[in-house]
Design a protein around this ligand. Structure first.
Ligand code: DCP
Ligand code: CA
Ligand code: CA
Length: 386
């Protein structure tokens, strides 16, 4: 009986996507950017303006700047806005912000799946008792926590599966919250253009248009055979299913592979003179490891030179650790070796320094707990089967 209830109970998934992520990160560390158009760029290095726009804040977007356009085009669009700010991407910094945000999101439930630097799903079926109102409150609290802790806004969708949750998150941006219980899914999808379906890109959208398919509703009613003819026997029916809002892909937690912290030094250094600045990173990492009940087998340092080249050094340990003292000691050795190894000290002058722990393993205590859990599950299954 209870097994039956469990299988028919409503699945509820939350999709979180951070707003204009790289550009918002830049606004967080320099709040004076907030009322200016901000364009984050991937400079290819050939000329001062060659390269593409990574992302832009909503003010720049309002003026026509989009991800992927050439930097030159963005400069032309913003020519009458001398206050506009163009910045190079700073992946290490966005990674560290992302990691902290993901830690908050994971706090909602361990049934958590990170899908990109700024995006994650959480299956909240169990913690919301399959109640969409409760799930909506969980989403609101999560938005509040990300804003309080990291000063970042995000958009969240709550739906009966990953597809609908993700479409809900995309629906209203920035700072949106769209709650789509099953009874609202059809009316939500119906009038949207097919291009809004996750997995239908511009090319497919064009092909569909040629077949007379404009809206998601059109697609949901289109003959499965004709779709299979045009898009293949797997993709055709898949498109029809997603147009009906059907998606059975579970939220699948993935193990964390590494954690890192990085800072910009108060001044560029060519020796390990900045230990005081490194200690808080080590504290932070050691606390994170302990909170996650993980230990690191590999300790590494990240050194970003004055010319913005990233260099890494790492040491593999005999036995994994989460200890502040040990991580600090190894980092110290690695930094000393790094500075002493350079034939020419100038090339080892660094601007930013960081620590990375990887080869993460569960602590034995966690293994033991998991063992107990699977034994209990085994017992439960045996009991139900009997
Ligand atoms: N990104 C990139 N180049 C692209 C698209 C994205 O470098 N063509 C990077 C920058 C984005 C980040 O990935 O900040 C996340 O991508 P999103 O598609 O989620 O876009 P944003 O977060 O920037 O904006 P939105 O508010 O629309 O989510
Ligand atoms: Ca985003
Ligand atoms: Ca995203």
């Amino acid at each position: 009986m209870s097994l039956n209830n469990a299988t028919v109970s409503q699945r509820i998934v939350i999709a979180v996507d951070l707003d204009y992520f790289f550009a918002q990160c830049e606004e967080v560390r320099r709040p004076e950017l907030k009322d200016k158009p901000v364009v984050v760029c991937v400079y290819s290095g050939r000329t001062d303006t060659s390269g593409a726009v990574s992302t832009a804040n909503y003010m720049a977007r309002g003026l026509g700047v989009k991800s992927g356009i050439p930097i030159m085009t963005a400069k032309k669009i913003l020519v009458k806005h001398p206050e506009a700010i163009f910045l190079p991407v700073d992946h290490e910094y966005y990674d560290s912000v992302s990691e902290r945000v993901m830690q908050i999101v994971r706090g909602t439930s361990p049934l958590f799946e990170q899908v990109s630097i700024d995006e994650a799903f959480v299956d909240v079926s169990s913690i919301s008792h399959s109640d969409f109102d409760l799930a909506g409150n969980i989403a609101k609290n999560l938005k509040k926590e990300i804003l309080t802790e990291e000063k970042l806004t995000c958009s969240i969708g709550v739906g009966p599966n990953k597809l609908i949750a993700k479409m809900g998150a995309d629906y209203k941006k920035p700072d949106g919250l769209t709650i789509l219980p099953p009874e609202k899914v059809n009316s939500f999808l119906k009038d949207l253009p097919v291009g809004k379906l996750i997995g239908i890109g511009a090319k497919t959208e064009k092909k569909m248009e040629a077949l007379g398919i404009g809206t998601i509703y059109d697609l949901s009613n289109f003959g499965a055979n004709v779709l299979a003819e045009h898009f293949g026997k797997n993709l055709g029916p898949h498109f029809k299913r997603i147009a009906q809002g059907i998606d059975n892909d579970p939220v699948s937690p993935r193990p964390i592979e590494q954690l890192s912290r990085i800072i910009t030094l108060k001044q560029d250094a060519n020796s390990f003179s900045f230990e005081d600045q490194i200690r808080p990173l080590v504290t932070d990492l050691s606390k994170r490891l302990q909170a996650l009940k993980l230990k690191a087998k590999v300790i590494g340092i990240i050194a970003i030179t004055s010319e913005l080249k990233t260099k890494n050094r790492a040491k593999t340990l005999e036995s994994s650790t989460d200890s502040y003292d040990e991580i600090l000691m190894i980092s110290r050795t690695l930094f000393h070796d790094f500075f002493n190894s350079g034939q020419d000290h100038e090339t080892n002058r660094i601007r930013r320094a960081g620590i990375r722990v990887s080869g993460l393993e569960k602590t034995t205590e966690e293994f033991r707990k998991e063992g107990v859990k699977s034994e209990q599950q085994g017992t439960l299954t045996n009991f139900l089967g009997a």
